[in-house]
Ligand binder design. Sequence first.
Ligand code: SAM
Ligand code: SF4
Length: 459
Amino acid sequence: MTSIINHKKIEEILIDNQDNSRNKIIKIIDKAREKKGLTLEETAALLQVEDQKLIEQIFMVARNIKDEIYGDRVVLFAPLYISNKCINNCLYCGFRKDNRDLKRISLTLEEIGQQVKVIEKMGHKRILIEFGEDPRAASIEKVVEAIEAVYESGDIRRVNVNVAAVEVEDFKKLKAAGIGTYQLFQETYHPQTYEQMHPSGPKSDYEYHLTAMDRAMEAGIDDIGLGVLFGLYDYKYEVLAMLEHAIHLEEEYGVGPHTISIPRWKPAFGVDKEDIPAPVSDEEFKKLVAIIRLAVPYTGMILSTREGVELREELLELGISQMSAGSCTDPGGYKEENIKEKADAKQFRTADHRTPDKVIKGICDSDYLPSFCTACYRTERTGERFMDLAKVGEIHKFCQPNALITFQEYLEDYASRETKRSGERLISEQLRKIEDSKLRKRTKKRIEEVKEGVRDIYL
Ligand code: SAM
Ligand code: SF4
């Protein structure tokens, strides 16, 4: 049995923290305000809260933490599915091997280039490339070639990668290719559920999958993203186990996860809704997002287009710091004329079908600031260095100006007339909010340079 996740301990903590007095919960919420995170026991106690008034208080503190650490910024990205060929059989996934009717597609390097061009025209600067697991279509050499193709084909400035667990030597190759974050979702931390959900293929090895992040760290990738696929097992257990995983990484390597993803199970081609073992309601989902925000305040939280418009807007307030927009989950799905997916080649059904321009307009109209910044990773502010700056509040000095500068780029190059109008109003309001006058002046100057045609500048 693994030493990273102590299943018995997690189950005991959940039982021991079931019945809590109001006072105890209020004390934990007060402690969370200090932005120093929460223990497993404290997190377990909050996860058990059912009282609506207390849940409102958890939401309020999550909103404050979000605001103090991340300000109004929302970082945007698009996923790029390169291959849906897969030798695993994850029961929840449209790409699974036994889903015989799925149309299998692996993009050529030329097709990757074409997809990148379409994604760039939406204004994206960050791409998350994704593959099914397949020794031919997704060997590490193929993955590296794909990363190179994305960087070479134009203006994408950061490529994050979500690809199957590999050995240290192969992680070193990913690092050398210049990846941003390496993401891998544990799907479920519960061993028996993991076994049921992954009946065959290399991914069925729970332990090997779980220790992937240790191998990535050993290979020098200090920017990693954890995740759980909510809907497979009790969400309370999953949140605690993911927190234990984060604590393990922090203790062992001095740096916890850079991001946490919170995909929720969605219907997929060849996967029935009835198959979902432990559905998570919208209310539970909002609660768990807010609690993660309290438990690991400095870890970015990523939300995909699996969720619908209204819920995405609510979750943004409760702690989300990154969002995808305009996504397709089938290889080759991005098209100039529309962004409709091919139903029979995609991984799952998305729920937010707005164009990125509409998503961005929505973000501006809610007074959030869309950011296309990729500066930290390009100036090597990653891993421990990033966390050190973030924890003393210094990261604001970079993030806010860079968000404004890169958003101005978006407005100049890609925005519709309405979005440009909303965006320019937002930028002048946000500029006024920068208290340090020197920093405000520097930022203004950069924004003017962008208006005059200079590109890719940052602090
Ligand atoms: N094949 C790699 C792997 O499994 O680690 C890459 C990941 S896959 C392309 C991206 C993620 O999509 C999976 O890790 C899983 O959490 C999620 N996913 C799969 N099927 C899903 C579904 N039906 N609904 C929502 N998310 C799903
Ligand atoms: Fe393959 Fe990943 Fe889908 Fe599993 S989740 S079937 S490994 S693509």
